[in-house]
Design a protein around this ligand. Structure first.
Ligand code: F6P
Length: 357
């Protein structure tokens, strides 16, 4: 008999359900008897013992369904060791609930913050297996996270739609893409959508270079220009500020986000109309794309295998086209970012895409 606790934590994404279904199906198709405890709304469910027992039926028909049947929430790692408002020790509470239910392991689906807490629970002696989810694809130790390809599809569709209206009106358009502090989503959607300028956090931009590219396009007879701008894009000057100084600058900024600042500067310098579109949380929503359905199912299935073999303390990741197990201590607390000298950036530049650098 295996008793498995499962939770989804942090910002949701597509294919969370597909991944959980993969874990449960692979376990249920083994000879092992299995009990599944689904903790609700992320780590909160584990802390406050809010769970429901699930059967195979609960995982039926959810392969294509977005969101998460368990709900999710953000439980910041930086305050996880602080007592809650009633003085409860959250880490101890999670441990106690784990032992009370006599769990064999926890399957935790999440991104960066989630992995820090998962690793802490491992250090505290709990058996943990994690699965890499996030539309940002910024998780260290895996080439790919599920949710990413679905979000690329949505962000690309947004750029595609903007393309036609930009062409009709001869306007400059900025599409702001999610991704937190990294640019994978923007780079991929930008290239897929044929953006002329792509701004990502890993390559701080120079507004003069952006304006130059726009002016060149106008001179060459191009009626419109599309920019894919990562929500975390940063100018060369701002990149020199300390984290604290930059936060202060953002708080006092008249612009809702970096895209509006870039738009205002381009408009001021070129006299051209600039519009901003922010698809926002749409990028995390809806049904997972076929790639993510397959990928998340594979990861889930491999997680099931590790559980059956009693191998714990790993994230099931993907490297060099193989599903691999990565020790949690190698993943937690590290961010995967785009190397500005990587071949994909060089190839994009050869296609004529400007990164504003
Ligand atoms: O990490 C996923 C993500 O969608 C990021 O791309 C984005 O910066 C953030 O979450 C938004 O967080 P929230 O849903 O809490 O607003």
């Amino acid at each position: 008999m295996k008793r498995i606790g499962m939770l989804t934590s942090g910002g949701d994404c597509q294919a969370l359900n597909a991944a959980m279904r993969g874990v449960v199906k692979s376990l249920m198709n083994s000879k092992e008897e299995v009990e599944i405890y689904g903790f609700l709304n992320g780590y909160k469910g584990l802390i406050y013992s809010n769970f429901k027992m699930l059967t195979g039926k609960d995982f039926s028909g959810i392969l294509t369904v977005g969101g998460t049947i368990l709900g999710s929430s953000r439980t910041p790692f930086k305050t996880i060791k602080d007592p809650d408002e009633n003085g409860l020790n959250k880490v101890e509470a999670m441990k106690q609930n784990y032992y009370k239910l006599q769990l064999d392991c926890l399957v935790i689906l999440g991104g960066n913050g989630t992995h820090k807490t998962a690793n802490l629970l491992r250090q505290e002696g709990l058996n943990v297996i994690t699965l890499p989810k996030t539309i940002d694809n910024d998780l260290y130790g895996t080439d790919m996270t599920f949710g990413f390809q679905s979000a690329v599809d949505i962000a690309t569709s947004a750029i595609d739609c903007i393309h036609t209206t930009a062409a009709s009106h001869g306007r400059i358009f900025i599409v702001e893409v999610m991704g937190h502090k990294v640019g994978y989503l923007t780079l991929n959607a930008g290239m897929a959508g044929g953006a002329d300028i792509i701004l990502i956090p890993e390559i701080p931009y120079d507004i003069d270079k952006i304006v130059k590219k726009v002016e060149e396009r106008i001179k060459n007879g191009n009626k419109f220009t599309i920019l894919a701008v990562a929500e975390g894009a940063i100018s060369k000057e701002d990149a020199k500020l300390s984290k604290k100084e930059y936060q202060k600058k953002l708080q006092n900024s008249p612009y809702p986000s970096v895209s509006y600042e870039v738009a205002a500067k381009i408009q001021e310098r070129t006299g051209q109309e600039v519009r901003v579109t922010v698809p926002g949380h749409m990028q995390r929503g809806g049904s997972p794309c076929p790639y993510d359905r397959v990928f998340a199912s594979r990861l889930g299935s491999e997680a099931g295998k590790l559980i059956l073999e009693g191998e714990y303390g790993f994230m099931v990741g993907y490297r060099n086209r193989e599903i691999v197990k990565v020790p949690l201590e190698d993943v937690a607390g590290k961010l995967k970012m785009i190397d500005p000298n990587s071949t994909i950036v060089q190839e994009a530049k050869m296609l004529g895409i400007s990164f504003g650098d």
